[in-house]
Design a protein around this ligand. Sequence first.
Ligand code: CP3
Length: 350
Amino acid sequence: MSSDYINALLKKPIKRTPVWVMRQAGRYLPEYRHSRKKAGDFLTLCKSPQLACEVTLQPIERFDLDAAIVFSDILTIPDAMGLGLYFSEGEGPKFSHPLNTLKSIEKLAKSSVGDKLTYVSDAVSMIKKSLNGKVPLIGFSGSPWTLATYMIEGGGSKNFSKAKSLMYKNPAHMHQLLDKLALAVIDYLNGQIESGVDSLMVFDTWGGLLNKPSYEEFSLRYMCKIVEGVRREYAGKTIPITLFTKGGAMWLEQIADSGCDAVALDWTTEIKDAQQRIGNKVALQGNLDPCVLYASPERIRTEVQKILTQFSGNTGHIFNLGHGILPDINPEHVRVLVDSVHEFGVQNNN
Ligand code: CP3
């Protein structure tokens, strides 16, 4: 299957600029809310391959998107490691057994978590079958650092003081944890590849919390291990990998040097600056501010056009938001976004 999304990641010729949306299957879609209600809660939705498949396809059926992303969550790995993930309404993710002692880090199973995550590989197989080659399927994981922050904090946090204090007070234990997570992530992503995903993305949502040396030591180093550890060629196809560090503008060169195929940008970097810095080495994904989708259709079209005209060249750009879509966005505004990328982006119909 030749697709503009994969070709753009590999900097090969494309027919049109591809676009997908982070969290494209989510609460802003009424059909998602319906499926979630049917499941009872978010985690049951993730753990039912049939329902995960159903919601993965919803944005693909509604909009002219160029890729699908497996419906799951980055926190399934810590859940499989025994931390007891749950979501309390309006409060985001929580763990009933956070890593709050050094012993709990040492005790954390090193063994593969793959057998506890078969619901994800089952979902991938089912989604691939249902997509029937229409668009490629993205598999994903959290970065070890981002997973570690949730596991130590026991959920989200304002300043991540527990995770950062472990990093400063006891770096050896932090490295022990990050090592275990990197192995689990590599296993998990390779499992997704074997089940059929066409590309990978690693979400490092909280790498931007770190200063320069800490980012390199505690976040980037482990993403590099993942880039090295996953299968980049499988069943005759190249599996491109995209790295996303939110707030990562300072490290674009180092991220591009990891050996990844693409760097995903949040909205704080101008894409032309990013392209000047690293554009020859890797493809770029992004980077519309998700809040632009609150504005009028005219304004959305203008902002999309601004990003597209900044990017020079005929391939190597995958349009996306700079972070996940927010739950109160009007779905019709997503249509405006997707259609205007195709209208104003690269068009090569010969
Ligand atoms: O992009 C997609 O459509 C695929 C699905 C996907 C979800 N989470 C579904 C989800 C992906 C790729 C993720 C990644 C994820 N999960 C990240 C990294 C990306 C990012 O946003 O920075 C993080 C940090 C998480 C952890 C997580 N999961 C949080 C903080 C929350 C609560 C956030 C919120 O908006 O309430 C979740 C829940 C979650 N994951 C939802 C969805 C659709 C909302 C759950 C619901 O239906 O109530």
